[in-house]
Every structure is written in C-alpha cells, then in structure tokens.
Design a protein around this ligand. Structure first.
Ligand SMILES: [Zn+2]
Length: 219
C-alpha cells in the first residue's frame, strides 16, 4: 500500500479510537451492556490498527514514549517486539478490561481453576493488581482450608500498599517495616490506651452521627 495512504488512514483511525475512548470508555455513567459494546468496538479498531501497522514501513523513524519504549512515529507500533500488546487510548482515561467479580458458588479444588483474573499493571510508577477468584481449597495450612471467593485490588506506591476487597480496606506502611519490632499487634482504638494511641498519626473523619467517613494517616 502507498505509504501516504497508510499514514492518512492511521491518522483517521487514531481519531476514531480517541473518539470512542474519550466519549464512551472510562465513564462511570451508562449501562454495563453498552460499556461492553464500546469496549468491543475499541478492540476492533485496535485490530485495524495492528493490520495497518503491518503495512507501515516505519519511514519516519521511532520516538520514545514515557515508558522509554521505542514506537514508530507513524503507526505507533512498538519497535522489534514479538510480545502481544493490549491497546490503550493515547489520550484521556485508559480502560483496560472490564470489572469482574467472583462468578460461581462452587468451591474449586485448586486455585488455578478458581482464578478469574490476576493481572498487574505498572502505571506511571504506581503498581496496580487485580486478583479475582472463586472459592477454592487451599493446601497452604495442612489439611486445607476454604479460601473465600474474592475480588482484591492492591495499589502500591512508595512502598505503601493499599488493599481493597469486599470486606475491608487494608493499608500497609512498608517504610515502617524496616524499623518495626519483631511482633505485630492489632486492635480497635478503644482497646488501646490513650497514651499509646497518641503515637499513631491517624485522623478519623466522621459526621455528626459519628459515622466513619474516612481516615488519614500522616507520613
Ligand atoms: Zn510504522
């Protein structure tokens, strides 16, 4: 194909991809059904991108992205790669995958059969992991215990880990680990003496009915 035509078609394809991405993806509003459809359209456009990329002779050379990856200035395909890549929009909120939850009441014999997704992304220096699995029998503790079905989202930034699942939000302060003592305790605030509580730089947000709204940990 004529390289001028390839360049032109790629330009208009990127416009279409940005349009779908900016207007329909990554929005909280709208039904899940339509979100699925637009996500499918975006993936189809991505497929067109891959095919057009095959026609590109990469004549304008390569440029480095923020992740220090070399991509063609015309088609945006990564230089000399044999890996398969997931397509993300260039501008605006990036959407990768749909929200999944445990989807079976069954308790599986092995974790690998219960696993729905376990995927990690490094995003501008922060790490994000989504782990969704159905219930399964774990052999970790001798005779085996049943691990509950779960959706766990873990964010890691600056050695601080925040884990969110359906039952709790857990924050682990990694930097403290180095200076920490050997033992680990846990307790509700009312179980801890006022004197010891003063060592914890934690601020609770609450409303006039003393419902917890959030909390801040000072670093
Ligand atoms: Zn190219």
């Amino acid at each position: 194909m004529d390289q001028k035509v390839v360049k032109k078609q790629l330009k208009s394809l990127f416009k279409s991809m940005d349009f779908v991405s900016n207007n329909f993806l990554g929005k909280e509003k709208g039904s899940a059904k339509y979100a699925q459809i637009y996500f499918a359209i975006y993936q189809q456009l991505g497929l067109a991108w891959e095919f057009l990329g095959l026609q590109c002779k990469h004549r304008d050379g390569y440029k480095k992205t923020a992740d220090n990856i070399e991509v063609c200035k015309i088609c945006g395909i990564v230089r000399e790669t044999h890996d398969s890549f997931v397509l993300l929009s260039r501008k605006g909120a990036k959407t990768l995958g749909m929200k999944v939850k445990p989807n079976s009441k069954e308790t599986f014999a092995a974790k690998k059969d219960a696993q729905i997704i376990n995927d990690t992304m490094n995003f501008h220096g922060a790490s994000l992991n989504v782990d969704v699995h159905n219930a399964y029998k774990s052999r970790l503790f001798g005779t085996g215990i049943t691990m509950a079905a779960e959706r766990i989202v873990t964010v890691n930034e600056d050695n601080i880990e925040c884990q969110i699942n359906q039952r709790l939000v857990y924050v682990r302060l990694g930097d403290v680990d180095k200076k920490a003592g050997k033992k680990k305790y846990g307790g509700f605030p009312w179980e801890i003496s006022r004197e010891n509580l003063k060592r914890f730089p934690v601020i609770f947000d609450f409303d006039e009915k003393h419902r917890l709204l959030g909390l801040t940990i000072l670093r």
